[in-house]
Design a protein around this ligand. Structure first.
Ligand code: 9G3
Length: 567
C-alpha cells in the first residue's frame, strides 16, 4: 500500500473528548472516526487490525471445534419474552418497531436467538456437543458511552455458545474455551489475567473474565502473587474470622455532634479512627428499603450486595426518601433503633464500642456493640476486597490491579434451554434440556486494550501479530529519484517475500513521515536516505526500541523477515 493513497487522516492535536490514551491515539492516528456517541467508523488501518484479531480468534475457535455462523441483529421480541428478559433489560436494550408495529431488539447478545435456532433442529444426544459462534456487531445503549471503543454502544463481539447433554459435557466445553482464550490472548501478546467473575443477570453459576491489565481499566481485580487465586472484586470473597480478643463493652452513649456528617468529621470529633466508625448505607432492593453497614474504612460492593439479596434491581436511596423513612439524613444514620432490615458486613461482628449515627440529625452514638444495641438481619460478605486482605486460598496478602475485560466465559446451565423448552432426547429417549455455556470476546475493545498496553509518547506500538502493516519504508526525500527508486524496489522485493509493507511515498518532510510512522505504530521502519546511495545501506528501526542500525540494501529484506520471525 502507498501512503499517498491510504485513507489515514492523522491529527496533530489530541481531541479534547478523548480521555484515555487508546481513544486519543485511535483518533489521532486516523484509525477511527466518531459517528455519534459511542458509535464509530473503522478506517482502513483499524479494519486491518480488527481482521487480524478476528483471524486469530477464528483459528482458535475452529481449533476447539467451533463452527462459525452469523445470526440476525434484529431479534423478535417474543424470543426475549420466552426467557423473561424483555422486561429485565430496560433502557440499555435498543428496541425498534417494524412497519406492522411489531417490536424487535437490536441484539445486545444472542442467547435467545441461538437457543431457538438449535432447539429447532437438534433433537438427539447424538447431535451434541455443538459449539456455534459468530463475530458480529452488538448493540447496548450504554448510559455513558466513553473511552472510545472501550465502552461503545455498537461494538464487535465474538460470541460462542456451547450445547451439551449434561454438566460433565459443559465442563469439557468450558475447559476447551478456557484453554482457547488463553491461547488467543497469548498470541495477541497481551499481558492479562484470568479472574473468577460474577455471572450477573446472565444466570449460571461459574464464570471467568480475561482482564488486560491497564491502569485505565474499569474493573478492579484482586490476585495472589504466590498462588493462582485471582478474582474480580465483584466476586472476591472476603474472609473474616472473629478470633477476638475483644475489649469490654462500654455503656452506650448518645453525643451531640453538630454538623458532623462524614466519617472524617466523626474521626476528628470523637478521636475514634475510621476503623472504629460504622457507616450506614440505604438502598432500595426491588423497591424495599434496606440498610448495609460496614466499618468506616470499607466500601460496599453493590454487586455482592445485590447477589446476596437476590434482588433484580438495587439502587441507593436518595437523602429525601431516607429522611422521610428514618427522620434523619445521610451522615446521621445508624443501625441502633433503625426499623429497616440491616445487613452487616462480616467485620461488624468483631467490632466493639464503635461510633455510628443516632438516626437523628446532629446526634451520634458511641460505644455501640452488635447484638447488645442492635441485631442485624444477617452478617454478610458485602465489602470490596482490598490489597493486603489474606488470600482465601493461601493466606498471603492480596494485590490489586485494574483491568479491561476483553473476554468473559460463562457456564449457563439450563437457564435458557429450560425457559425456551430446548430439549434433546437422551440415550433413554427422555427429553432433557440442553446444558449451555456462552463465551464472549470484545474484538473492538481488544484493539483498544492492546493500545492501552502498547504505546509510548510517540504513538501506538502494535504487537506484531495485529499490526496493520509489518514494515513501513520511508524515503527521506520523495523528490530524489534514486531514493524513490531504492524505496520502490525494496517495497516490491519485501512484498514478494510475503511482508505487509506500507511505502510512505508522500512528498512530505522526513520529520513528518517519521512522526506518522511512530504514531500509527508500524513495527519496523526502513529509512532510505542519502547514505543509501553512498554506502548502499538503509536504516532499520524497530518501533519497540530506540536505536536505529544500518543494513546493506542487499540484506535488509532478510533482516526484516528475521526480525518479524523472532517477534
Ligand atoms: C441485554 C442487554 C445488555 C446485556 C445483556 C442483555 C450483558 C446480557 C450478559 C451477556 C453474557 C454473554 C454471550 C457472549 C458473552 C457474554 N449485557 N449481558 O445478557 F439485553 Cl441490553 O451478554 N453473552
Amino acid at each position: 500500500m502507498k501512503f499517498s493513497e491510504l485513507f489515514c487522516p492523522t491529527l496533530r492535536e489530541v481531541p479534547s473528548e478523548a480521555e484515555t490514551i487508546s481513544h486519543q491515539l485511535l483518533l489521532r492516528a486516523g484509525y477511527i472516526r466518531k459517528a455519534g456517541a459511542g458509535i464509530y467508523s473503522y478506517l482502513p488501518l483499524a479494519h486491518r487490525v480488527l481482521r487480524k484479531i478476528e483471524a486469530i480468534v477464528r483459528e482458535e475457535m475452529d481449533r476447539s471445534g467451533g463452527q462459525e455462523v452469523l445470526m440476525p441483529i434484529i431479534q423478535p421480541r417474543e424470543l426475549w419474552e420466552q426467557t423473561g428478559r424483555w422486561d429485565v433489560y430496560g433502557e440499555e436494550m435498543f428496541r425498534l418497531i417494524d412497519r406492522h408495529q411489531r417490536y424487535f431488539a437490536l441484539g445486545p447478545t444472542h442467547e435467545e436467538i441461538i437457543t431457538s435456532l438449535v432447539d429447532g433442529d437438534v433433537h438427539s444426544y447424538r447431535d451434541l456437543p455443538l459449539l456455534l459462534y459468530q463475530i458480529q456487531n452488538k448493540y447496548r445503549d450504554e448510559i455513558r458511552p466513553r473511552f472510545g471503543l472501550m465502552r461503545g454502544r455498537e461494538f464487535i463481539m465474538k460470541d460462542l455458545y456451547s450445547f451439551d447433554m449434561d454438566e460433565e459435557g459443559l465442563d469439557v466445553s468450558y475447559r476447551k474455551m478456557y484453554a482457547a482464550y488463553n491461547r488467543i490472548f497469548q498470541r495477541l501478546k497481551l499481558h492479562y489475567r484470568v479472574v473468577e467473575a460474577d455471572s450477573g443477570a446472565i444466570g449460571g453459576n461459574e464464570s471467568h473474565e480475561f482482564m488486560v491489565l491497564a491502569d485505565t481499566g474499569e474493573d478492579e481485580i484482586v490476585f495472589c502473587e504466590a498462588g493462582d487465586f485471582a478474582a474480580n472484586v465483584d466476586k472476591a470473597a472476603c474472609v473474616f474470622s472473629d478470633d477476638g480478643p475483644h475489649e469490654d463493652r462500654q455503656a452506650l452513649q448518645k453525643i451531640h455532634t453538630p454538623e458532623m456528617r462524614t466519617i472524617r468529621d466523626l474521626v476528628e470529633f470523637t478521636g475514634q479512627p475510621e476503623q472504629r466508625q460504622v457507616k450506614t448505607l440505604m438502598y432500595y432492593a426491588d423497591g424495599q428499603l434496606v440498610a448495609a453497614i460496614l466499618r468506616g474504612d470499607r466500601d460496599l460492593n453493590e454487586i455482592k450486595f445485590k447477589n446476596l439479596l437476590g434482588c433484580q434491581e438495587l439502587h441507593m436511596a436518595d437523602d429525601a426518601s431516607v429522611r422521610a423513612a428514618v427522620g434523619a439524613g445521610f451522615g446521621s444514620l445508624g443501625p441502633v433503633g433503625l426499623d429497616v432490615k440491616v445487613y452487616a458486613d462480616l467485620e461488624i461482628a468483631g467490632m466493639r464500642n464503635f461510633t455510628c449515627g443516632a438516626n437523628e440529625d446532629d446526634y451520634h452514638y458511641t460505644n455501640v456493640n452488635p447484638e447488645r444495641d442492635f441485631v442485624p438481619e444477617e452478617y454478610v460478605d458485602i465489602r470490596n476486597a482490598v490489597a493486603g486482605d489474606p488470600c482465601p486460598s493461601c493466606g498471603k496478602p492480596l494485590l490489586t490491579a485494574r483491568g479491561i475485560e476483553v473476554g468473559h466465559i460463562f457456564k449457563l446451565g439450563v437457564k435458557y434451554s429450560q425457559a425456551m423448552n430446548a430439549t434433546v432426547l437422551d440415550q433413554h429417549g427422555q427429553a432433557v434440556p440442553m446444558v449451555m455455556g456462552c463465551y464472549g470476546i470484545g474484538i473492538s475493545r481488544t484493539m483498544a486494550a492492546a493500545i492501552e498496553q502498547n504505546h509510548d509518547d510517540n504513538g501506538i506500538v502494535w504487537p506484531l501479530p495485529i499490526a496493520p502493516f509489518q514494515v513501513i519504508i520511508v524515503p527521506v526525500n520523495a523528490k530524489k529519484e534514486d531514493q524513490m527508486e531504492t524505496a520502490l524496489s525494496l517495497y516490491v522485493e519485501m512484498q514478494e517475500r510475503g511482508l505487509e509493507v506500507l511505502l510512505d511515498d508522500r512528498d512530505e518532510r522526513a520529520g513528518v513521515k517519521f512522526k506518522d510512522a511512530d504514531l500509527i505504530g508500524i513495527p519496523v521502519r526502513i529509512t532510505v536516505g542519502p547514505k543509501a546511495l553512498q554506502d548502499n545501506q538503509v536504516e532499520v528501526k524497530k518501533r519497540w526500541e530506540n536505536e536505529v542500525f544500518n543494513v546493506a540494501i542487499a540484506q535488509v529484506t532478510d533482516t526484516v523477515v528475521e526480525i518479524i520471525r523472532q517477534r
